[in-house]
Ligand binder design. Sequence first.
Ligand code: OFO
Length: 169
Amino acid sequence: MENHHMFNKKIADALNKQILMEAQSSQAYLAMGSWAEIQPGLKGVTAFFFKHSDEERMHMLKLIHFVNERGGFAVVPELKQPNLTFVSLKKAFEELLNHELAVSASINDLVELALAQKDYATHNFLQWYVMEQMEEEKLARECNEKLEMIGDDRSGLYLFDRDIVAAGR
Ligand code: OFO
């Protein structure tokens, strides 16, 4: 590529950090899915976590292609082992919400950096992530609110597990 060295280094580094974050999200939700799969009565939740993990991988891939197409080099990162077990479903969803909030903050920082560096292509590219984070935060908040209400009520959990399949878009 001719413009190999022209891609803004600060932007490239920040996007590579975002690639790591999306990969870690994917890994964290994969672990949640594996945990949920061995719990009784969580078929819907299990499917939700695995699907969410796939989506995060897709977010990562989009970033990888963008960085490479702009003449940077997307670095496939090493991953930390995520939390494997959860005291309750509520705890898993709390972790999911916190994770999404951290990702949103990181995307917002990236948007700010893109503007500061006058990199309008990256700024434009990031708008999709801004919208996506809004959706994901909303969904994660709703799940936490519902689980808060449900507490230890078994029939409530049954309905939660049944309904989350539809909630997962
Ligand atoms: Fe990649 O959007 Fe969630 O984390």
